[in-house]
Design a protein around this ligand. Structure first.
Ligand code: F8G
Length: 252
């Protein structure tokens, strides 16, 4: 079997976001997180609930872009908020900006009153980060994304959660950030972002140069992100993404 590509490594790292999750709703936003959630359900987390990305919970785990064959539940837009409030969910969102404490911006760039770029708006980010585990996928790790301070807080980070009343921070859990270069967690002092692993072929210096603030390094040695197993590669290449769409999102 040919060696794993960078996209394969990113998908496996997104699958690992759900390790130990059990029977919760996985809400991956975007292609790589979706492949990660489906790979997790076919390997480490068979009880993970997955939707078709619209309003149906699906019992099978189809290829991306394929229609599911077995619907096991109905979860329309308005019902998602009940799941959010209940907390049995792990969302993987994107991030136009993210800072060292996990504050995320998908709303706009510049002054909120007169932005230079209008993006998606805060969407479900505030409620997600206050109610249940939240991770992020960043397809292009760069100082434009990893910034000292985000322009607008959509997803709440650890510094703001810490300043909030106990009731507001009780379920706050920004889990990890997976990028095209590395996996980062919030195991630094005061939950500052820490470089947990670099992908095969990526150097620590390269990640530091692409991050707009100092990253915490756990020790003198930074681990390498694990490579997918042969079975994971088979599932990816033959079942979940036979058309190789993942290679279009993550440069080799
Ligand atoms: C920038 C920057 C930057 C972008 N700095 N400029 C500019 C400066 C720049 C770029 C141009 C395009 C539960 C729940 C919900 C729901 C539920 C409740 C959610 C109901 C659903 C609806 C709701 C949130 C889900 C996400 C967002 C996923 C992304 C982005 C992207 C790409 C990051 C992947 N830093 N950045 N610019 N949503 N998507 O000029 O041009 O902008 O930039 O959970 O909603 O309400 O609640 O970003 O494209 O998670 O994060 O799409 O903007 O699409 O090309 O980067 O300079 O590059 O040419 P993008 P991009 P240029 S959960």
């Amino acid at each position: 079997m040919s060696s794993p590509t960078r996209a394969d490594v990113c998908v496996a790292a997104c699958a690992d976001l759900f390790a130990g999750a059990g029977e919760i709703l996985a809400s991956p936003m975007g292609l790589i997180p979706t492949l990660g959630a489906r790979l997790a359900r076919l390997t480490i987390e068979p009880d993970l609930l997955l939707s078709d990305g619209a309003a149906y919970l699906v019992a099978d785990t189809p290829a991306v872009g394929a229609r599911p064959s077995t619907v096991e539940g109905w979860l329309p837009y308005r019902k998602v908020f009940d799941v959010v409030a209940h907390g049995r969910r792990h969302v993987v969102m994107g991030a136009n900006q993210i800072d060292r404490y996990g504050n995320q911006n998908i709303s706009c760039i510049g002054d909120h009153a007169k932005p230079t770029r209008q993006l998606l708006g805060v969407r479900g980010a505030p409620g997600n980060t206050v109610n249940h585990p939240t991770s992020y996928w960043v397809p292009r790790h760069s100082p434009r994304v990893f910034v000292e301070t985000v322009d607008v807080v959509s997803g709440v980070g650890y510094d703001r959660a810490r300043a909030a009343p106990e009731s507001a921070r009780r379920f706050h859990a920004v889990h990890r950030v997976v990028t095209n270069l590395a996996v980062l967690d919030f195991a630094g002092p005061d939950h500052a972002m820490r470089l947990a692993s670099v992908h095969p072929g990526v150097t620590v210096d390269e990640v530091l140069a692409q991050t707009g603030f100092p990253l915490v390094l756990g020790s003198s040695f930074v681990a390498e992100t694990r490579s997918p197993t042969n079975e994971e590669l088979r599932l990816l290449r033959e079942v979940l993404d036979p058309r190789g769409l993942r290679e279009k999102e993550v440069a080799r």
